[in-house]
Design a protein around this ligand. Structure first.
Ligand SMILES: C[S@@+](CC[C@H](N)C(=O)[O-])C[C@H]1O[C@@H](n2cnc3c(N)ncnc32)[C@H](O)[C@@H]1O
Length: 307
């Protein structure tokens, strides 16, 4: 049997590592855009190869050295070709995205989960909230349900209400709620923001659409496969976040908190609501643009409610 070359990054050998290196080069040459779960060609290639070959990320060092059979090579080549020729984000091709350490089914009906909210949820919003006091959580714009479900699991004693205006997105969320066995604690509601929501909540979370039409028009091809409802917000992008903010006090418990992502719109939100003392957490795992504000501060500043 011929001896395999195993040096360097393994690019020339028949191992998993070599295959990942070749896929990464092809992705780089193609001009594909990364940002749907990975932020570079190498990580995206690894995700693709591990998924197709059914390899275990927890045993990656051993997996890298495994040889790849011809059938596996062909399956990887087919998915790589689909990724490059269609520019569909990889999670839509694999049907799976990871968020807060949990797997979620995804397709084109929902945004690919990637929010830095994952870090806030896994650290249970400390030090801002006392996790033991979080009983009722509301999510506005749940998409795949990833944030609502991750919250239900991070706060085992909690109940979560999650709204979305998209019936199609809620079908995906329903599937994920069943997968993670939280149907008894996560209620999905088809609604425009808070419509039909009753009661008050210890925590309101939202990753709403916050991209202006001008910006949407310049997004790379990959983002055009995502539902426009999940990205586009009127005016400078802050119209939907502003509506969420303006109605939040009605749904927040006295010591509750609102956490809302606005990404690169942080300055725009600050300018629109100069009297609100937003906090902007820093993230160990990257990302930014999540505003935190307490119910007390919202009430004190008399954030004007729109009809
Ligand atoms: C950026 S996606 C976030 C999805 C998910 N929370 C996540 O982080 O992956 C925004 C979601 O808000 C929903 N949405 C947009 N406008 C809405 C509205 N007026 N009321 C409720 N949901 C809305 C979209 O359908 C989409 O699922």
């Amino acid at each position: 049997m011929a001896k395999r070359r195993t040096g360097g990054d393994g690019a020339a050998d028949g191992s998993v590592a070599g295959l990942i290196a070749r896929c990464a080069s092809a992705l780089e040459r193609s001009g594909a855009c990364f940002g749907h779960g990975t932020d570079n060609a190498r990580d995206e290639a690894a995700a693709l190869v591990f998924h197709v070959l059914g390899l275990d990320h927890d045993d990656a060092q051993r997996a890298y050295r495994l040889p790849v059979a011809e059938a596996g090579l062909q399956r990887v080549a087919a998915m790589l070709d689909a990724r490059i020729s269609t520019r569909r984000p990889l999670p839509y091709l694999t049907g799976e995205a990871w968020f807060a350490g949990l797997p979620f089914f995804v397709d084109e009906r929902v945004l690919v989960p990637r929010s830095p909210f994952a870090e806030l949820i896994t650290t249970r919003f400390e030090p801002w909230l006392d996790p033991d006091r979080v009983r009722r959580i509301l999510e506005i714009g749940t998409g795949s349900g990833c944030m609502a479900i991750a919250c239900a699991l991070a706060f085992p004693g909690s109940r979560v209400v999650a709204t979305d205006i998209s019936a199609a997105a809620l079908e995906v969320a329903r599937r994920n709620v069943a997968r993670h066995q939280v149907a008894d604690r996560v209620q999905l509601l088809e609604a425009d923001l808070y419509a039909g929501v009753t009661g008050t909540f210890d925590l309101i979370i939202s990753n709403p659409p916050y991209v202006s039409a001008e910006e949407v028009a310049t997004l790379p091809e990959e983002y055009r496969h995502e539902p426009v409802l999940a990205l586009l917000s009127a005016e400078d992008g802050m119209a939907t976040p502003a509506r969420i903010l303006q109605h939040a006090t009605r749904f927040l418990a006295a010591d509750g908190w609102l956490a809302m992502e606005v990404g690169g719109g942080a300055m725009l939100l600050e300018e629109r609501f100069p009297s609100l003392p937003f906090l902007w957490p820093e993230f160990v795992h990257g990302g930014d643009g999540i505003a935190l504000i307490s119910a007390a501060d919202l009430r004190a500043s008399e954030c004007p409610a729109t009809p």
